[in-house]
Design a protein around this ligand. Structure first.
Ligand code: ARG
Length: 586
């Protein structure tokens, strides 16, 4: 919204003081840090050289030109402060505009500029856990981040395809087959699949230390699998299905579904074609029996395409996958939400694609993220102390339930067990989800329950609490029959209504929503949206504390209710984009 106002001011400036094009004015106009400096400011410093005048004089000169014409309806006054020309916007005009636009985008769940992006396919690959391995917190980070990005792109009008690139192939499956044949137990597998597979896999590694024969057997089993032998294939398929069932349980809890689960196994058969292509293009070199692509020009280590035993590896599967995806979807962007430790891997993959002449390489993006730690230290699968996402969610829900219960008792709220469970589930899961999204994604995350579940902190529960507060006000207004007589008639604010600074802060924060969405897309960084929602909620809660909405006189009450309704809609949409379910009360 305030992009639009910036546009308008730029045009007005250009019409009356044509020193610059409207677009140039627009790029200069900034948002001042303090309310007394106005809502928009034109810094005149860059004009000084061209006009050979000091900036304050330019500001005065432009102000004079503007003052000689009638102000447009959206400008209340202009002020010169040093080298700045400050614009004070007509609050009522802006407020009506902002509320209108916000209602429109929240109702349609579509960004204002969504049409510009229609038909542009954005692939978002995320989660991508490994079969027969636990879904650990690192995968949770990818899952939550990818889901939020996919939602945000979709809101912005892109055609989003959600991909889960399962780690369902590789030499480790040879090991797993050997381990299963020797020590596997069907009953234990059914009871706790991932745990059983992990246990026998760990045992394989333990025993292989003293028994090198095991590794040889594993290689043979993997080769048999690659050749499609029925027994090995059946086992692999069973492991894959049973693992996916486990993962799906978590996905459902997070409200996630993918469009496509083609993992590494799907792309493996495409590798020979890629190897031929790279050879034809003269990119493939021998190196100690392996086939590699040199990336010296890019100052990257060579990318290994085929190992010396002829088996394929991770990178070749990714190269094949990118080409396949481009053929299939002709993507606008191809995004990989994968931890930062794989940064080099993706640089190499994209560099090989580029060398092979694929212009789409520049549309491929690795969206990396930091490590997740508990205060005790790094989470690791290898040490045997695996942190399952499910356990983390359970703990969050349990702790949340205790807080909701205490809160309900303290405030004498009647709640059924079922309602309490549902609230605890949504808020607890939301708290974990928000923790992954509230800071820059490349930063490491340290889990501290006091922070994550702080109902007043920069948290998911705080946002959910604000939504539930809005809904409770609207419910009470409805009960007192205040909604019908006022809100449903007209959402506009009367011309003469005086909008105070606290309410103005809510409107200004609200107006930044789409800007935050755009930033989130530009940087593939959902935290821009998270921070924006926190700012909206903070400003609204201040308003709520300052104005007893339901007890105010009609005009103030109407305004407060309109604001409450729009904030409810906006925060609910924002939470939904982040992958968090709002709650009616808590
Ligand atoms: N399965 C891999 C892991 O758990 C992540 C896959 C990332 N995606 C990709 N296209 N390589 O580490």
């Amino acid at each position: 919204m305030n992009m639009m106002v910036r546009e308008l001011i730029a045009k007005w400036l250009h019409q009356n003081a044509p020193y610059l094009e409207a677009s140039e004015y627009r790029n200069l106009i900034a948002f001042p840090p303090r309310p007394e400096m106005g809502d928009y400011a034109l810094p005149c410093f860059q004009l000084a050289a061209g006009l050979r005048k000091p900036p304050p004089q330019i500001a005065t000169d432009i102000a004079g030109k503007l003052n000689s014409s009638a102000y447009p309806e959206y400008v209340d006054k202009i002020e010169i402060q040093g080298g700045y020309l400050n614009f004070f916007i007509n609050r009522n005009w802006f407020c009506n505009l902002t509320i209108d636009l916000t209602e429109r985008i929240t109702e349609k769940k579509r960004a204002t500029a969504a049409d510009e992006n229609s038909g542009r396919v954005v692939l978002v690959e995320y989660s991508s856990p490994n079969i027969a391995k636990p879904f650990h917190v690192g995968h949770a980070f990818s899952t939550v981040l990818g889901q939020a990005l996919a939602n945000i792109y979709s809101f912005a009008g892109y055609e989003v395809v959600r991909l889960n690139h399962l780690g369902d192939y590789g030499t480790q499956f040879g090991k797993l087959i050997v381990a299963w044949e020797k020590w596997g137990n069907e009953e234990r597998l059914q009871a706790d699949p991932i745990n059983e597979l992990l246990t026998i896999y760990v045992r394989f590694h333990d025993e292989a230390k003293d028994d090198p024969q095991l590794e040889i057997e594993a290689r043979e089993q993997f080769r048999a699998l690659e050749e499609g032998s029925p027994k090995q294939f059946a086992l692999w398929k069973k492991f894959r299905e049973i693992s996916l069932q486990e993962f799906t349980r978590v996905y459902e809890r997070l409200g996630i579904a993918f469009d496509d689960y083609s993992g590494e196994s799907f792309y493996s058969p495409l590798i020979p074609g890629v190897v031929d292509e790279l050879a034809e293009k003269g990119l493939l070199e021998d190196s100690e029996g392996a086939k590699i692509v040199r990336l010296d020009d890019e100052s990257l280590p060579p990318c290994i395409i085929l190992k010396s035993d002829g088996s394929t590896i991770y990178a070749s599967r990714d190269i094949a996958a990118a080409i396949y995806r481009y053929d299939k979807w002709n993507f606008f962007k191809n995004i990989y939400v994968v931890g930062l430790p794989q940064k080099l891997h993706f640089q190499q993959v994209f560099a090989v694609l580029d060398k092979a002449g694929y212009a789409m390489a520049k549309d491929c993006r690795h969206v990396g993220f930091g490590l997740v730690r508990l205060p005790e230290g790094k989470l690791s699968t290898r040490e045997g102390e695996v942190i399952y996402l499910e356990n983390l969610l359970d703990e969050a829900v349990e702790k949340t339930r205790a807080m909701v219960l205490a809160n309900a008792e303290q405030r004498n709220i009647d709640m059924t067990e079922t309602e309490m469970d549902a609230i605890a589930e949504n808020v607890g899961v939301g708290a974990i989800v928000f923790t992954f999204l509230c800071n820059g994604r490349e930063r490491d995350i340290v889990f501290r329950w006091e922070d994550i579940l702080d109902f007043d902190g920069d948290t998911g529960p705080y946002l959910q609490y604000t939504v539930s507060r809005c809904r409770s006000i609207l419910r009470r207004a409805e009960e007192a029959d205040l909604l019908h007589s006022t809100l449903k008639l007209d959402s506009h604010i009367d011309d003469g209504y005086l909008i105070g600074d606290v309410a103005w802060a809510v409107i200004s924060a609200m107006a930044q929503f789409e800007r935050a969405v755009n930033q989130a897309i530009e940087e593939n960084e959902p935290s821009h949206l998270s921070r924006q929602l926190l700012a909206v909620a903070r400003s609204y809660n201040k308003f709520y504390n300052d104005y007893p909405i339901l007890r105010a006189d009609t005009q103030d009450r109407n305004f407060g209710l309109i604001l409450t309704r729009t904030i409810d809609n906006l925060l609910s949409l924002g939470l939904e984009l982040l992958g968090i379910a709002p709650v009616e009360r808590m």
